[in-house]
Write a protein that binds this ligand. Sequence first.
Ligand SMILES: Cc1cc2nc3c(=O)[nH]c(=O)nc-3n(C[C@H](O)[C@H](O)[C@H](O)COP(=O)(O)OP(=O)(O)OC[C@H]3O[C@@H](n4cnc5c(N)ncnc54)[C@H](O)[C@@H]3O)c2cc1C
Ligand SMILES: *[C@@H]1O[C@H](CO)[C@@H](O)[C@H](O)[C@H]1NC(C)=O
Ligand SMILES: *[C@@H]1O[C@H](CO)[C@@H](O)[C@H](O)[C@H]1NC(C)=O
Ligand SMILES: *[C@@H]1O[C@H](CO)[C@@H](O)[C@H](O)[C@H]1NC(C)=O
Length: 497
Amino acid sequence: MISRRHKIYLALFCAFIFFILYRPNTSTQMSSKLSLPVVIVGSGLAGLSAGNQLVSKYKIPIVLLEKASTLGGNSIKASSGINGAVTSTQKALNVEDSTDLFYQDTVKSALGLGIPALQEKLSNESSSAVTWLQQEFDLKLDLLAQLGGHSRPRTHRSSGKLPPGFEIVKALSDALKSISEENPDMVTIYNNSKVVDLDIEKGKVQAVQYVDENGESKVIKTNHIVFCSGGFGYSTEMLEKYAPQLRHLPTTNGAQTTGDGQKILEKLGGDLIDMTQVQVHPTGFIDPANRSSNWKFLAAEALRGLGGILLNPSTGRRFVNELDTRDKVTAAIQEDCPQDENRAYLVMSESVYAEYKNNMDFYLFKKLIKKTTVSDFAQELPISEDDLSKELETYSTAKEDTFGRSLRVNTFESGISKDSTIYVGEITPVVHFTMGGVRINENAEVIGKNGEALAEGLYAAGEVSGGVHGGNRLGGSSLLECVVFGRTAANSIMSKL
Ligand SMILES: Cc1cc2nc3c(=O)[nH]c(=O)nc-3n(C[C@H](O)[C@H](O)[C@H](O)COP(=O)(O)OP(=O)(O)OC[C@H]3O[C@@H](n4cnc5c(N)ncnc54)[C@H](O)[C@@H]3O)c2cc1C
Ligand SMILES: *[C@@H]1O[C@H](CO)[C@@H](O)[C@H](O)[C@H]1NC(C)=O
Ligand SMILES: *[C@@H]1O[C@H](CO)[C@@H](O)[C@H](O)[C@H]1NC(C)=O
Ligand SMILES: *[C@@H]1O[C@H](CO)[C@@H](O)[C@H](O)[C@H]1NC(C)=O
């Protein structure tokens, strides 16, 4: 006979053994296998995604090196949103989509360039990327827009005041900062710290070299490095080399966008692909207060996706399907509009204003768009106010669109006349995104010229990498690429420990 007290002891003993064998805490296992932190280069969405996945999911410590004084790179400027196919937001809004349809849109847009396996992975994992942002960081991402080249509305943003890039970057960087405060061994963030070289020995990453805020050269020992250093759209030197025909165009990119990662990785033997593929976004705002500035504020593609149209200044008429892919809309502006000016008008209805109010208020505040009337705006065009009203009405009501635009939402009010309110900005094509970069595989490993992984422990994600977008990137797919491949790099590091 076992006494009641013995039964309790036995139960406690079994529970203790069970706990020893199956304790869920992986962090102690981790630190024994990984003595050095993972180094992440760049604090845009790719770096922040890799960092959060490593730290929160796998308890792997990181050092984040950022050369600018502030975090977020170009990611923080994103204004249209992030793509996802077959998401809960789409379901809630009754949008039927499929990963295959997204894949086909991506391939069609890529014009035969890029790496199909990466494009497939991007589409396949788009829904889980959006879910990750919603669940781990409490982001709503409850609204959709249909951008150029997409056959469904699948570009997500949140209702509320913050633009998508800012909202997402803030949530992910705040998460890392708060872990860093509680547990400095887990997350170290150095800003004003520019990575200049890597040390690779015996086929394996050994260290990274950077210049710190005081201009001093420093070394961090590490066996894992994830390059998330962004594109090269601001570098006249690199544009001159890869796309000399574009070097005279203004850009939307921040001054830090100089292709450091591409240069460092190429020098080490990395395979750069599609480097000549530079995306010119059709709509950068011309600031009336500084028309010739080389830096332009982006007129988000959502402005067209949610209803904006383009008018040719020399005819006062539409000239293109505004929701064709970016390369085609840009070509139309360059060919049809006055070539010495390279500009067009972006015209929006009162209901575009209502649907995109926070952004529109910001553009109004910056004086990049103005609230005006049909008759006032007609003064700037070679056509009469009646002809302008007719042009806007035809667009809004025609059964078949003259330019084959299939999505016409938030059109101009019925019975539009000379007194109707419209919103108008001036736009010009701008260097926006560099599709090319260092070749990666589906594990986000950097690939060398011989087609093999360049070094053990070397990864890249985001705009620094090439192959995801081929010859033309779809709007919303860059933020997506950052989340998908940033997390993939983290998963790969974990799986090889
Ligand atoms: C105005 C604008 C609007 C956009 N809107 C959208 C949108 O709505 N949807 C979408 O999908 N995409 C959009 N894009 C594109 C997208 O924002 C970026 O291409 C994408 O976020 C790139 O992310 P990333 O993490 O790869 O690089 P980035 O966000 O550019 O971050 C790279 C970081 O690396 C740092 N860095 C570079 N070199 C070094 C070095 N040597 N050492 C240390 N740090 C270094 C940089 O300072 C930078 O902070 C937009 C781009 C712009 C410019
Ligand atoms: C970065 O550097 C500046 C000083 O240049 C400092 O004020 C700022 O708080 C630093 N940290 C971050 C995370 O931005
Ligand atoms: C994408 O998903 C399809 C269908 O589930 C699958 O057959 C394919 O292997 C996936 N591709 C990648 C690259 O993950
Ligand atoms: C115009 O823009 C350029 C480049 O961004 C800037 O250097 C210059 O100060 C601006 N000029 C005015 C008048 O704002």
